[in-house]
Design a protein around this ligand. Sequence first.
Ligand SMILES: *Cc1c(COP(=O)(O)O)cnc(C)c1O
Length: 378
Amino acid sequence: MSKDKIWLSPPHMGGSELKYIQEAFDTNWIAPVGANLDCFEADLEKYLSNRYVTLLNSGTAAIHLGLILLGVQAGDEVLCQSMTFAASANPILYLGAKPIFIDSEIKTWNICPVALEEAIVDRIAKGKKPKAIIAVHLYGVPYQIELVRLVADKYSIPILEDSAEALGSCYKGKACGTFGDVGVFSFNGSKIITTSGGGALIASSKVLKNRALFLATQAKDNAPYYQHSEVGYNYRMSNICAGIGRGQMEVLDSHIDLRRSMHEFYVELFNTIDGVEVFTVPNDDYFANYWLSTILIDPLKTNGINCETLRLAFKEANIESRPLWKPMHLQPVFSTCPFYGGIVAESLFKKGLCLPSGSNLTNEDRMRIKTVVLELFK
Ligand SMILES: *Cc1c(COP(=O)(O)O)cnc(C)c1O
């Protein structure tokens, strides 16, 4: 009776990963150094049209180092999209800086340029100019790249682009991860490609990349003995994990196609159901990898069925679905942090659900999902 669980976003191996891991064993580079790191880094640099990539052991580490590269220090203020995963904001606290949260806008669900400017003007009036802006491409949908950049440049505040969910997404043909002063990817188990755990910092210059590499490998001075003039971190990716990443790069484009086809499946499925809206890019300038397909349910139009009703119906059928990210300004750990904006992020959180979106879902999985939906909304 109990069928296999359908996961929200499971890992999906391409086939060559073990070969590259074997190479690491054969050459004995079981270390945070080796050919897999060099090759995975080169693959990503080519994919991003010659940006500079530093592979790290998590996306969170990349955000932490990224903020350091942007000069964030204890006591500084950092503006951060409220609707996101906690990993976007936690590194602000690691540095002893203060998060200032910003509401979303309704088109892309990402940082609202209007609320962003309001916040900057108000923080400056209160005596402190924010040090950085953290903008996120939620669920692989690019934020309003041009408007956010306009505000950032007007006040000369650098952008940390949290592209953890958006490898392969583009805006006007340019890759996400390359719009910020620094960019970040994650290769955690649930992301569009995975190294089991891992991340990358994207920089626009070799100098910045070398600085990231230096800090990520314990900030060792150039001396024959261990000498340190700065605080360092142990944030480099392992050569074993990089082998997985090398294999995953070979199937990245096909994973994007498959995620996008899951999104199309949901658009079609919910097309005939009143009160359910599949989150879709605002226009053709935006290309989303649709890392996760998400919906909003308006219970006033569905006879009271809401996202929790649907989540529980899926759960009953051994299908995983999840609420959207709970905004940071509503999280107990950030309860004392200032927030600018209205109730956009909050109402998205109340009405939204993330659906099974893996690139390896079968037709049978789709049928099981479809059956639950049609049964519930009949
Ligand atoms: C996954 C994720 C991260 C963190 O990446 P890890 O590799 O898990 O540390 C950061 N920001 C967002 C928006 C994410 O989804």
